[in-house]
Design a protein around this ligand. Structure first.
Ligand code: AKG
Ligand code: FE2
Length: 253
């Protein structure tokens, strides 16, 4: 499986290779990451790594179709969010916003038993970095959210999966855009010993998009809470913080 991973974390990532905010151990999950297909090696874009079609015939085409359809769903949701924030429905539809979105998907498999008191998680507490995440899960319970991260001790609630429905997470960049009107939910995954599978589709704006408080979300009494930031600058930092140093693993490959 090691051949299926590159330096940009595309392809396969083994158990314990990713770490969430303020966590000591890596996550008890393995994943397969599919990014934006690109022949030039630009930040966040690179040729994807695909399993040999002789081993998994048709898999690449199925994943590419899923990526395309999930992006379509996210863009439709972005229209609803724009209207809710009192800007034009196509506000986020501009080339500099979602024209060339950094849309990534991660196929996830969790295993083992979590123990939050020891910092052992399927996926440690975190918020998603981007604009929104479409989450498809199987029926094995595991995902929890914390509605108010500032209340201690934190209260965690399970989110049941609904057959045929997506879970939509608000991400940190949308919280910044909306000046905190939409809150990016802190969430985590607990393993209960059963195998659990999910697909996360992360929608981030275009590489050079400047994410700054929308005009309708600020006033004299409610100034912007976050400074404007370029999408790529923000994501670079967040991705670096979330990868365990795999230098030992790298030396072996
Ligand atoms: O698998 C899940 O239910 C959640 C996954 C998740 O939060 C993530 O990958 O960011
Ligand atoms: Fe997440």
């Amino acid at each position: 499986m090691k051949v299926l991973k590159n330096e940009k974390h595309q392809g396969y990532s083994p158990v314990l290779s990713q770490i969430s905010d303020n966590q000591i151990h890596g996550d008890y999950k393995e994943s397969f990451f599919i990014g934006i297909e690109s022949s030039n090696d630009t930040p966040f874009c690179r040729a994807n790594i695909w399993p040999n079609p002789d081993v998994l015939p048709g898999w690449q085409a199925t994943m590419e179709k899923y990526h395309q359809e999930a992006l379509r769903v996210c863009k439709a949701i972005a229209r609803v969010l724009a209207l809710a924030l009192d800007v034009d429905g196509d506000y986020f539809d501009k080339p500099e916003m979602l024209g060339n979105p950094l849309a990534f998907m991660r196929l996830l498999h969790y295993e083992g038993m979590s123990d939050p008191s020891k910092g052992i998680y399927g996926c440690g507490p975190h918020s998603d970095f981007g604009m929104m995440t479409l989450l498809a899960t199987d029926s094995v319970m595991g995902l929890q959210i914390c509605k108010d991260r500032d209340v201690k001790p934190r209260k965690w609630e399970y989110i049941p999966s609904i057959k045929g429905a997506y879970i939509v997470n608000i991400g940190d960049l949308l919280e910044r855009w909306s000046n905190g009107i939409f809150k990016s939910a802190l969430h985590r995954v607990l393993g209960n010993g059963q195998d659990r599978y999910s697909i996360a589709f992360f929608l981030q704006p275009s590489h050079d998009c400047i994410v700054e408080c929308l005009p309708t979300c600020q006033s004299e009494n409610n100034p912007p809470k976050y400074p404007a930031i370029k999408c790529s600058t923000y994501l670079t930092q967040r991705y670096q913080d979330s990868q365990v140093d795999l230098s030992i693993d790298k030396k072996q490959t």
